[in-house]
Design a protein. Structure first.
Lengths: 630, 102
């Protein structure tokens, strides 16, 4: 089964090619079969390969499949090779499994859309690119998948391109992530020129052998790779594209947020963790970026009205947790949170898609309400997803992963109380905005009757993901709750455990209690403010300072405004100025001369045959005269 | 019979040709223009025959037969076009057929 590994990315690509080639000639059912079927086959093969890998003894759980040499330039010969180890297995399973559920959901969600086969073509390309990214044994191949993912995000965010706003959102996502990608490309150049290879394993060994920790080169390379990760994962300061990415169809949002795209940055840092461990300064920046992002995005999520934008900011915030975990060296905690986040965030987006389509494209949570009885399946699954996002203790997967991050942020020698406090504050905010969303959407009085168009193909993925959002946490039980860390033990050969300070580990139980109180307290606050006494909230919000803070958070802390002033407008001004320079006049004069010549010569074509005959005669006479006289 | 000098014959051919050209240029009636073209062709034919006689070669007369055949073909096509044009435009004025101006 392991030998079939190359089929896992190849089949989605084949599905893409098929859908593009046959395109609009396909009936919807055929396009759906190709689109979903290719992902289903890839998922089955992925699970088979993973099972074959797990059957091996723990220290032999690495499988490399070299397909061919991509290019050969002197000593530099990157291969198209896939590597399956514990880390890429987790990523591959989550990507294929969650993508399959999202595809299944999309077959019903996109029903009646004019671009049905185009949609599935892009989605397949997206999943295929992401699989190349996670399976690549080589940073160049990883970069190929990385750019493929960026392209697909552009195509899918701007999927309904007839509306210029959607096309602009797609362009913004592409350009902003391009900024990070450029930094990453430069980082790859440094690695390739200094260490002579881009194959990940030899690269890491050479880096560890030839670069002392904290020296300039690994710091520069890690910082540049971090730039790429920050762009792709929508972290400070390149997070502005993600809220606008909600312009795409809802399954696309689910795919971008849960399975593909934004987690690529987390994966990149985990994959190259040896390099980052050589650059403690950069690692500290990773932690700071994560902590700052989770707080900033959480505060913005508190103020949004659009259901999907709340979820978008919550994604930025949760990826911030993953970066925080990476920054304190808790690699497997970050991947653990990636996995649980993939389940509950896909669930929340798909459920939000049901709500929005049931309410005739209504996005504003303040115009929703009371859907609890009208949409029971959606309500319960959304509630489970929200509980998992808010990390309700013991029963949800989100609790176990977030708790692990908070604990390691506290106890790691790279972390400390301040990072822990930021994470805990973020947990309170997360609980508040999550349940604000739940209470406004599903509780209160029914504002609008749902249309009732969600069939089993939209509800089955919700139920499956809801189950996963509850039980996925049990793969890693902390010492206080059974002490069965199966997940981190599985990742141990690839991702070493966090460097814990022995004196700080005793606080685990108290930290868990604090995290539990944070989550439940946040839910209580949301309940008080949005269900119990909305009047109190309204009176607070009337204050001028509260209004100003609300506006500031609502606008995403003014980053869009700042970038508009700092980059967009100067560039447009420069373009306007440069458009009026002298060079254009030369070409303008050439064009004018050609036009003048045309006007003159067009006069001679009178259409009168006798004029032409006269012209011929005159010409013949002149030539004859010249011949006779010479 | 005294032989006519070649230059006289060529002069006649030149005059005939010039008359034909003038006819094409000044006549507006398409039928007359076609006839003028026939005159020009015959002027050329005369020059060929003269040249053949001058060098005692048959080629000149052979060429004249070619010119005759070509003139017949040209008249057939030309008259067809003239009839078509007359049906469409209701006139034989060549200047009326000037819709293809630049």
């Amino acid at each position: 089964m392991l030998d079939l590994l190359w089929l896992v990315p190849a089949i989605p690509f084949a599905g893409f090619v098929l859908l593009v080639a046959l395109g609009p000639r396909l009936r919807h059912s055929a396009a759906a079969v190709i689109g979903v079927g290719s992902i289903a086959i890839a998922t089955v093969i992925a699970f088979g390969a993973a099972a074959a890998l797990v059957a091996r003894p723990p220290d032999a759980r690495v499988f490399t499949q070299a397909l061919w040499t991509w290019v050969r330039v002197g000593d530099f010969a990157p291969a198209v090779a896939f590597r399956l180890d514990a880390l890429s297995t987790v990523m591959m399973l989550v990507v294929t499994g969650v993508s399959f559920l999202i595809h299944l959901y999309s077959t019903a969600f996109m029903r009646g859309d004019g671009g049905y086969s185009r949609f599935f073509a892009y989605m397949n390309l997206f999943v295929g690119s992401m699989l190349v990214l996670v399976l690549a044994d080589n940073l160049l191949l990883l970069y190929f998948g990385w750019e493929g993912v960026g392209l697909c995000s552009y195509l899918l965010i701007g999927f309904w391109y007839q509306d210029p706003a959607n096309a602009n959102a797609g362009r913004k996502a592409f350009i902003v992530t391009r900024v990070g990608d450029t930094a990453m490309a430069i980082g790859l150049f440094i690695l390739a020129t200094e260490l002579g290879t881009l194959d990940i394993q030899p690269l890491m060994e050479r880096a560890a052998a030839s670069w002392p920790a904290g020296s300039a080169l690994p710091t520069a390379a890690a910082a540049l790779l971090l730039g790429g990760a920050v762009g792709k994962s929508a972290q400070l300061p390149l997070q502005t594209w993600l809220p606008d990415a909600m312009a795409g169809p809802t399954p696309v949002s689910a795919l971008i947020h849960a399975a593909t795209m934004v987690t690529a940055g987390v994966y990149l840092i985990a994959r190259t963790h040896v390099l980052f461990a050589l650059a403690p300064a950069v690692l500290f920046i990773v932690a700071i970026v994560g902590a700052a992002t989770l707080l900033i995005a959480g505060c913005s999520a508190l103020t949004q009205h659009d259901l999907k934008r709340i979820l978008a900011y919550s994604t930025i915030s949760q990826i911030g947790y993953m970066f925080l975990a990476l920054g304190v060296g808790a690699w497997s905690a970050a991947i653990f949170h990636f996995m649980t986040h993939a389940f509950f965030k896909a669930l929340l987006f798909l459920a939000a898609g049901v709500v929005i389509s049931e309410l005739h494209e209504e996005h504003d949570v303040f115009r929703m309400g009371g859907l609890r009885r009208a949409l029971p399946v959606t309500f319960w699954t959304f509630l489970i997803g929200s509980a998992s996002l808010a990390a309700v203790p013991l029963v949800t997967a989100g609790f176990y992963s977030k708790d692990l991050i908070l604990y390691e942020a506290w106890a790691s020698s790279l972390g400390g109380p301040w990072l822990w406090l930021a994470g805990l504050t973020g947990a309170v905010i997360t609980a508040i905005y999550t349940f604000r969303m739940v209470f406004l959407t599903f509780f209160g009085e029914l504002r609008q009757e749902p249309a009732g168009r969600a069939g089993w193909r939209m509800q089955a993925p919700l139920v499956i993901l809801a189950v996963l959002a509850m039980v996925a946490g049990f793969v890693e039980l902390p010492p206080t709750l059974g002490a069965a860390p199966a997940f981190s033990a599985f990742l141990e050969p690839i991702l070493p455990a966090a460097p814990l300070v022995p004196g700080r580990t005793g606080a685990l139980l108290w930290l868990q209690v604090a995290a539990g109180i944070a989550a439940l307290g946040g839910i209580y606050v949301a309940w008080t403010l949005y269900l119990q006494s909305p009047a109190a909230l309204a009176s607070v919000m009337r204050g001028a300072a509260a209004q100003a803070i609300h506006r500031f958070w609502f606008a995403g802390w003014g980053f869009d405004w700042l970038y508009d002033r700092l980059f967009v407008r100067p560039l447009l001004w420069l373009a306007r100025v440069a458009a009026r320079d002298g060079i254009d006049h030369i070409y303008g004069a050439l064009a004018g001369a050609a036009g003048l010549g045309w006007r003159v010569l067009a006069r001679t074509q009178t259409g009168r045959i006798r004029w032409y005959a006269a012209g011929l005669t005159a010409g013949a006479l002149i030539v004859t005269t010249l011949v006779l006289l010479s | 019979m005294a032989e006519i000098p070649v230059t006289h014959g060529l002069a006649v051919a030149g005059v005939l040709f010039a008359l034909g050209v003038l006819g094409v240029l000044v006549r507006r009636n398409l039928i007359f223009m076609l006839m003028s073209i026939e005159v020009m062709l015959n002027a050329a034919g005369l020059a060929f025959v003269l040249a053949g006689a001058r060098w005692a070669q048959p080629d000149g007369q052979v060429m004249f037969l070619f010119v005759l055949a070509m003139a017949a073909a040209e008249v057939a096509v030309g008259l067809t076009l003239v009839i078509q044009f007359f049906r469409r435009a209701g006139t034989l004025d060549a200047d009326a057929a000037s819709t293809m101006r630049g």
